[in-house]
Write a protein that binds this ligand. Structure first.
Ligand SMILES: *Cc1c(COP(=O)(O)O)cnc(C)c1O
Length: 392
């Protein structure tokens, strides 16, 4: 072989013993031994990777782990697909199931991007969204009875940023009796704290960007579905090119190794902080499902193994008071994400919901002094002292 050809072809795979950590397969395509194998793989007669938009060993290993975590302790047959972001997971799950004329039943208190996706993107394909309080199950039954075009019920529990909790089992039973497909966004809990598949949900989506990865260094998502939805979801995913990449899948896998440790710590720090804040004279209200004062505390305790790291609270006073509190924090970081190892704070009225009218904000429990916190795994004392000094 000439030297110029050797430059192109000279690197051989030198793997002898199995690598301890999952390798990153940074390859767009895979090699067929001969034309016949190519035909067998493309026709589905033989299993085999062909092109990384269709699947890749790194991504598939992490997807499979997510599927097993979601179905843990059940007999459910599920498949998982990793996507380029949490938003693409939501988009793929919905667009693979609905068509023009269909409606999606959902709740007012949702991740902001999801509300926008429904109202500005899906609406263009003549898919409408009905926003209602999914905690009110008789209202859900009535809405389903009056709208036979509802194909999917899409929900989050606990919800963002008001931390309302839904009874997953009861909600999914009603939807199932009407032939409505259920999709849960389980980003806040992860399968370590809550497994909607075990409670009757058809499809679960995650922004793995948050707790599953946990270190704020990757953007990716996941769809975990009952097997009967697998082909249509995979087909939409592959044709829209929303597949995850091997690097972000690998980062997610690294993060998941400490998921249990992190979620335990996030949950215990958050519970202690919620109790501290609830007793503080300058706090109006604390929204945390682990508090016995939370309206759905009993439901949360029954369907979650712990209460997670997300909370929100209202200060006494006005908008300026909320902003002043945020600016005094030294350890807690102002960042528009959640689920990282460090404590993050967000003031929805001056950031994520700045463009939402005051009236709309109030209807969804987003007051001018509402602060959303993603409690990290630092020492509880440090988080508490930082909040204490910012309040004083
Ligand atoms: C962040 C988030 C999303 C969107 O995920 P991305 O990875 O940012 O696309 C969806 N749902 C919830 C609850 C989230 O927190």
């Amino acid at each position: 072989m000439k030297l110029d050809s050797f430059c192109v072809k000279g690197s051989e795979d030198k793997v002898t013993t199995k690598p301890h950590v999952l390798p990153i397969y940074a390859t767009s395509s895979f090699v067929f031994e001969d034309t016949q194998q190519g035909i067998r793989i493309f026709s589905g007669e033989e299993e085999g990777h062909k092109y990384s938009r269709y699947g890749n060993p790194t991504i598939d290993a992490v997807s499979d782990k997510l599927a097993q975590m979601a179905a843990y302790g059940t007999e459910a047959k599920v498949k998982a697909y990793m996507t380029s972001s949490g938003m693409s997971a939501i988009h793929i799950a919905l667009t693979s199931l609905v068509q023009a004329g269909d409606a999606i039943l959902t709740q007012g208190s949702l991740y902001g991007g999801t509300t926008e996706l429904l109202n500005t993107v899906l609406s263009k394909s003549n898919v409408s969204s009905i926003f209602t309080d999914l905690r009110d199950l008789s209202k859900v039954e009535e809405t389903l009875a009056n709208n036979s075009n509802i194909k999917v019920c899409y929900f989050e529990t606990p919800s963002n940023p008001a931390l309302t909790v839904l009874d997953i089992e009861a909600l999914c039973a009603i939807c199932k009796s009407k032939g409505v497909i259920t999709i849960a966004d389980n980003t806040f809990c992860t399968p370590y704290l809550q497994r909607p598949i075990a409670l009757g949900t058809d499809i679960v989506i995650h922004s793995t960007t948050k707790y599953l990865s946990g270190h704020g260094n990757s953007i990716a998502g996941a769809i975990i579905c009952q097997e009967k939805f697998a082909y249509q979801i995979w087909n939409t995913l592959k044709l829209t090119g929303s597949t995850c990449n091997a690097w972000d899948a690998w980062l997610t896998d690294q993060g998941m190794k400490t998921l249990a440790l992190r979620m335990d710590r996030h949950s215990s720090n958050a519970l202690h902080l919620a109790q501290f804040l609830e007793a503080h004279p300058q706090i109006q209200k604390v929204n945390y499902p682990g508090l016995s004062s939370h309206p759905e505390h009993k439901i949360a305790a029954a369907q979650m193994s712990n209460f997670g790291g997300m909370m929100s609270f209202e200060l006494k006073g006005d908008l300026q008071r909320g902003i002043a509190f945020m600016d005094k924090l030294k350890i807690c970081t102002q960042a528009p994400t959640l689920g990282d190892v460090d404590t993050l704070v967000l003031h929805p009225a001056s950031s994520s919901h700045l463009r939402v009218s005051q009236d709309m904000r109030e209807k969804n429990g987003i007051s001018d002094t509402l602060i959303r916190m993603s409690i990290g795994i630092e020492s509880f004392e440090d988080i508490k002292q930082d909040i204490e000094q910012a309040l004083s």
